[in-house]
Design a binder for this molecule. Structure first.
Ligand code: BTN
Length: 256
């Protein structure tokens, strides 16, 4: 019954003109929420990125939204969610003809530039902490890479500027499609875990076979050839010392 119930889940959609961070807003309201909520902001003034970084956006040119979702799973089972969200986002973009690829754990790249970022924050459900948890899945997607945004970020960015929906700037349709795909993926993850997503992630891997370095706060932990993710969502690389599996967390990855 789980899957059918999940697919029928109603998501409340809220749109605000401006806020600091849609992730922060939903995290602050988690325990008062009665069901899933999608919060879209036209403008974010203090967007949060992974590892304490800032997420820059330009109103009208970047989609910024967060989805709060309650899982009948303990918090300890949610880390794989970032891979699930990445697969869902990249597959939806790919279906629109965008060459979206995944950089572990969950950046979406196009032509080597960052097309979208995903930030997942989670907390145990107050009344049932050992069996349920909330996650806030925040997504920032560049629809247009202006030189100003590019300069602010200082790293290569890419834009989903060839989306058919985007041509008429129908951002509502883009968000609706991303939400439908994400909700379906979240229900599948709750029911079946990570296994349906491993192969799909590996098919979209941006760096398959390439030399990469795994960094911990700027220090190189490992260097090797990128393989892909294993059944537990760990990143595998072939090093001179043999195969290494890296857990997500504060580590980051770059081409070497
Ligand atoms: C990253 O690549 O570091 C993650 C970026 C995530 C940005 C999105 S924009 C909507 C949501 N609200 C936030 O404050 N951050 C996420």
């Amino acid at each position: 019954a789980g899957a059918c119930e999940g697919l029928a889940r109603q998501v409340a959609i809220e749109v605000v003109r401006e806020t600091g961070s849609t992730n922060a807003d939903l995290m602050a309201r988690l325990h008062a929420l009665r069901g899933p909520v999608l919060l879209i902001a036209e403008k974010q003034t203090a967007g949060r990125g992974r590892a304490g970084r800032t997420w820059h956006m330009e109103p009208g040119k970047t989609l910024t939204f967060s989805l709060a979702w309650k899982f009948a799973l303990p918090l300890a089972q949610l880390p794989g969610l970032s891979l699930v969200a990445g697969v869902s986002l990249a597959e939806t973009l790919a279906a629109w003809g965008i060459d979206a690829r995944l950089k572990w754990p969950n950046d979406v790249l196009k032509d080597g530039g960052k097309l979208a970022g995903i930030l997942i924050e989670a907390a145990p459900e107050k009344d049932n902490p050992s069996h349920a948890a909330w996650a806030v899945i925040g997504i920032g997607l560049n629809l247009d890479a202006s030189p100003a945004l590019q300069a602010q970020i200082g790293a290569p960015i890419a834009a989903a500027d060839s989306l058919p929906e985007n041509r008429s700037f129908d951002r509502n349709r883009i968000v609706a499609a991303l939400l439908n795909s994400l909700a379906k993926a979240l229900v599948q993850f709750e029911d079946e875990g990570l296994s349906p997503f491993i192969e799909r992630w590996n098919c979209l891997h941006a760096y398959a076979g390439k030399p990469v370095a795994i960094l911990d706060h700027g220090n190189v932990l490992h260097r090797g050839r990128a393989l892909g993710i294993d059944h537990a969502g760990r990143f595998l690389l072939d090093t001179d010392e043999g195969q290494v599996a890296v857990m997500s967390g504060d580590v980051s990855l770059r081409l070497a």
